[in-house]
Ligand binder design. Structure first.
Ligand SMILES: [Fe+2]
Length: 338
């Protein structure tokens, strides 16, 4: 399928010039004369690359670019700012607005074609990554759907873990990993038979050994996707304990990645505060009490559990619990970082 390029320029002759040039290269084209028209065109039919004039009537090219780059649905569309201004300040403004590339008027045809071609290639690559991630995501939801008692467990985990990450002032990359880790942490359970997952009672030692394989299997599943590199430690280590009594690698103390410790804490909290076949949901305060006991036993970091307890007491967790799941997870931040 031919790539689509959206040309945004208020001067008809400029649009025509760029359109003629790119049409000859086999691209499908769309044009817009104002920033508003450009945003509407992107909504209606998202292009693969946008050539965006900076000086537009109404919303400027910088603002259009900024809006596109702050929306998860459009942030991966490469934007080339076309400007007659070559001052450094404008370039810095463009970079701050999230522009992927710049062209100065009057545009050199060879340069334009080369830039568009390489940005289309990048866009195709990120599209592929997103669909691979979407497959993994669907798998995670399938696992959740197998067990009615864990309904929305993944959504809540993603929300709680991210909230705790925000309190810890973690980077955007870490927050994104926590969000995805909330969904994907138990993806290895795909290998566990339904009869075991739904067993209403204690597991035999053999059954327990099978269930405890899930972090290793999950890690292996995610291993092929570079976009999931930061999520893998969460998948593998969310059942470790500080004293080395966890699984699968019996890591101790700081050997356990922080993000895995966070997901480990919120995983237990959510399991305790949700009805299960063999017991009713615990009150939030009681669940925090269990986590505090685990701190006393040397399994969890006191500062993390205390911070999580504060979130719980503030009512933030309860609000998150009743917030409908957001739009299916966007992996765009990770793809954009490539
Ligand atoms: Fe797990």
């Amino acid at each position: 399928m031919a790539a689509r390029v959206l040309i945004v320029d208020d001067v008809p002759a400029n649009r025509q010039l760029l359109a003629d040039l790119l049409r000859r290269q086999g691209y499908d084209l769309d044009t817009a004369a104002t920033g508003d028209d450009a945003l509407a065109a992107v909504q209606q039919n998202p292009p693969d690359v946008i050539l965006l004039d900076v000086m537009l009537p109404g919303i400027s090219g910088f603002d259009v670019c900024q809006r596109l780059k702050s929306d998860p649905a459009t942030r991966l569309i490469p934007v080339v700012l076309v400007t007659s201004l070559s001052e450094r300040e404008d370039k810095i403004r463009g970079i701050n607005a999230g522009a992927d590339d710049f062209l100065t008027k009057s545009v050199n045809p060879h340069e334009l074609v080369a830039r568009v071609r390489s940005l289309v290639r990048l866009k195709r690559f990120t599209d592929e990554l997103e669909s691979a991630d979407a497959v993994i995501m669907s798998l995670a939801m399938t696992i959740e759907a197998r067990d009615a008692y864990t309904e929305d467990h993944c959504h809540r985990l993603a929300a709680y873990a991210t909230a705790l990450g925000v309190e810890l002032d973690l980077s955007e990359e870490d927050l994104s990993a926590l969000h995805r880790g909330g969904y994907l942490h138990d993806i290895g359970k795909i290998s566990i038979p339904d009869a075991l997952l739904r067993k209403p009672g204690p597991l035999t030692p053999e059954e327990l050994a099978i269930v405890r394989e899930h972090p290793i299997i999950g890690d292996r599943l995610c291993g092929k996707l570079r976009a999931l590199a930061r999520v893998r430690p969460i998948v593998r280590h969310h059942h470790e304990r500080l004293d080395g009594s966890g699984y699968p690698d019996r890591l101790k103390g700081d050997e356990i990645p922080l993000l895995a410790q966070i997901v480990g804490i919120v995983d237990i909290y959510d399991a305790l505060t949700t009805d299960r076949p063999y017991r009713c949901a615990m009150a939030p305060e009681a669940a925090i009490g269990v986590l505090m006991d685990e701190v006393a036993r040397g399994w969890r970091r006191a500062d993390l559990v205390e911070l999580f307890a504060e979130l719980c007491q503030s009512g933030a967790l309860e609000r998150l619990r009743h917030t409908p799941p957001s739009v299916p997870l966007s992996f765009s931040a990770a793809a954009g970082a490539l």
